[in-house]
Structure formats: structure tokens, C-alpha cells
Design a protein around this ligand. Structure first.
Ligand code: UDP
Length: 327
């Protein structure tokens, strides 16, 4: 099979590329390196079944050529990371909405199956945990930059579903919950690479708010396996799936765990949300996926627990060479 991965030099995209190449498939990547890095795919350069294009999916002739050459498309190219989104809302909206519009229109010409990566952010301020795919999405005010990410991804979902219903373009939507592992950078706000980096450097671990907010962290290798299985299943078309772990931890406990596993003497400091992000920033107190739907369809069972995940990130940041398959 020939697989196109938009955003393939990103954290999740590069692991997906590794996994497909490992299976013996051919992988094409397009990435504008806005948040992805060449380092993530450097080790694949010499593989004859791997090709990459450094460009944006907005470049229609280039994207059309790549879609033509491939059998299926994973659309992962997007602006991600709460920090980036709050700081660059124009870029977020344009990248996420226009990129998906261009990609779906092109894929539709040849009816190539597309899996669109959405996010658990779309559940917004909903308190109906665990979140089910058919639950309500509760957005905050448009004056709060954070919600532009959720709304742009909700539009992507509507569009992908509309293409399936109206034009019979096979599309699958996945809502990725907090996904972590080697190659993820803390540059755009993600908590685990940030805490590990701080702990290894002996700098204070910055817990935002009171640290009582909870998250579930899924291992990128488990998530990638689920993506591949979904792509292989005809029943997944026209459907939305949560993907993630449902093992919950408070952010304060996470900081303590990182400190223990790194044997770091760093202190833990509390940073008000207004300082960390922007004034009036709203966080979600809990975010747990209901993963019944994906479990039933493809037998999804996350294998790696939180300590295991943290170990892989610690090893990676402690200098493990990047030219090896990590998942
Ligand atoms: N967070 C934190 N310190 C940091 C970065 C993030 O306490 O240095 C918190 C953040 O406010 C959120 C949680 O950790 O409550 C997860 O943040 P992340 O950006 O990884 O993902 P999110 O769940 O916000 O999409």
C-alpha cells in the first residue's frame, strides 16, 4: 500500500511513517516543518520506500500529485499545542481549516480514503466525562483564543463527514486525546516533554493552576497502531472515534512522578494560568475518553502505562539516538 501522511515530520506523523514502513508499505510525507522537524524523519531518508516533500498542503498542485500517487491519506498536518494556539490564532485557524478544505477537495476527485486527525479539545468545557463521540461539544467564548483550535477542528470534522454523506468520499475522524512519547517537543506547551526537560535540567517544574486538573496520557505507539487498524476497517468510514488512554492523573501528581523517575532535585512551582497562557485562560478540569467504540471495532487496548511512557520520554531526552524506530 502507498500511504500519504500530511504532517508526517511531526511527532505522531513520524511514528506512523515508521510503523507503515516496518509493515513493508510505501510512505509519502508532506510537511512544511512549521512544528514538525526534519530530525524526526532523518532516519528514514535512505529507505527506498520513503519519500518526503517539504511544502504545505495548501499548495494544491503538489498535494494533488501526492494524493494521486497514494492509496490512502492520513491528514495530520495542523497547528497543535495550546501555547502555539493562544499565541498564533490566525495561523491556527488558517492552517486547520484551509488545509483540510484543500486536502478533502483533492482526495474527493479520486475518492481516496482520508483519515482526519481531530482532537479531544472539541469536547471543550463539557463535564460529561468520560467523553463519548456522540456527546455535546461545549465551546467557550470566541474572545478566548484557546477555543479557536477546538472550533477549527470541529469544522474539519463537519467537513469530513459532509464529504462522506454528500459525495461518498470515504473519511474517518479520530479525536486524539493527550498523546505522548519520544520526539514530542515541549515547545508548544505539551506538559510531559516540558516537565521531563525541566527535571533533567534541574529547573523548577511549572505546574499551571493548582495542579488538580486531570489528564489521561496515551502512548504514541499505541495510538499509531489504532490509526492503522482503523484505516484497514471499512466499517470505520463515516465515523468518529476517540483514541487515547483512560488512566487519569492530576498534573501535580504527574510532576511528582517525573521528579521521582528522573531522580531530580527540582522544585515544583505553581504558575497561574493567566501568566502561563493569557488573561482569562480556561482549562478543562478533566478530560477522559470513553474508548468503548474503538475497542469494539478494532480491539484497542493501550499497552503502555504512564511510568512506561515517562521512561521512554526520559530516555529520549537523555540522548537516545533518533535514528532508530522507537515505537
Ligand atoms: N501544564 C502544566 N505545566 C506545563 C504545561 C502544561 O501544568 O508546563 C498543564 C496544562 O495547563 C494542562 C495540562 O498540563 O492542564 C496538559 O497540558 P498540555 O498542553 O500537555 O495538553 P492539553 O491537555 O492542555 O491539551
Amino acid at each position: 500500500m502507498r500511504v500519504l501522511i500530511t504532517g508526517g515530520a511531526g511527532f505522531i506523523g513520524s511514528h506512523l511513517a515508521d510503523a507503515y514502513l516496518h509493515r513493508g508499505d510505501e510512505v509519502f510525507v508532506i510537511d512544511d516543518l512549521s512544528t514538525g522537524t526534519f530530525e524526526n524523519i532523518q532516519h528514514l531518508k535512505t529507505n527506498p520506500r520513503f519519500r518526503y516533500t517539504i511544502d504545505t498542503v495548501h499548495n494544491q498542485p503538489v498535494t494533488a500529485e501526492l494524493v494521486d500517487q497514494c492509496d490512502v491519506v492520513f491528514h495530520l498536518a495542523a497547528a497543535v499545542g495550546v501555547k502555539l494556539i493562544v499565541e498564533s490564532p490566525v495561523r491556527t485557524i488558517e492552517t486547520n481549516v484551509r488545509g483540510t478544505e484543500v486536502l478533502l477537495a483533492i482526495a474527493n476527485k479520486k475518492k481516496k480514503k482520508v483519515l482526519v486527525a481531530s482532537t479531544s479539545e472539541v469536547y471543550g468545557l463539557s463535564t460529561e466525562v468520560p467523553f463519548r463521540e456522540d456527546g455535546n461539544l461545549v465551546m467557550g467564548a470566541t474572545t478566548k483564543g484557546r477555543w479557536s483550535y477546538a472550533c477549527s477542528k470541529a469544522i474539519d470534522e463537519f467537513l469530513a463527514l459532509a464529504y462522506w454523506r454528500e459525495r461518498k468520499l470515504p473519511t474517518i475522524i479520530v479525536r486524539l486525546f493527550n498523546t505522548v512519547g519520544p520526539r514530542q517537543t515541549g515547545q508548544y506547551g505539551m506538559v510531559i516533554p516540558t516537565f521531563v526537560k525541566q527535571a533533567l535540567a534541574g529547573r523548577p517544574l511549572t505546574v499551571y493552576g493548582d495542579g488538580e486538573q486531570r489528564r489521561c496520557f496515551g502512548y504514541v505507539g499505541d495510538i499509531v497502531e489504532a490509526l492503522i487498524k482503523l484505516m484497514d476497517r471499512p466499517e470505520a468510514v463515516g465515523q468518529v472515534f476517540n483514541i487515547g488512554s483512560n488512566e487519569e492523573i492530576t498534573i501535580l501528581d504527574l510532576a511528582k512522578r517525573v521528579k521521582e523517575l528522573t531522580k531530580s532535585a527540582s522544585e515544583i512551582v505553581f504558575v497561574p494560568y493567566d501568566e502561563a497562557y493569557e488573561e482569562g485562560f480556561e482549562d478543562m478540569p478533566r478530560r477522559i475518553p470513553d474508548i468503548t467504540k474503538i475497542k469494539e471495532l478494532v480491539g484497542f487496548h493501550p499497552q503502555m502505562d504512564l511510568d512506561g511512557i515517562l521512561q521512554t520520554v526520559i530516555e529520549y531526552q537523555s540522548g537516545r539516538p533518533s535514528n532508530q524506530r522507537l515505537t
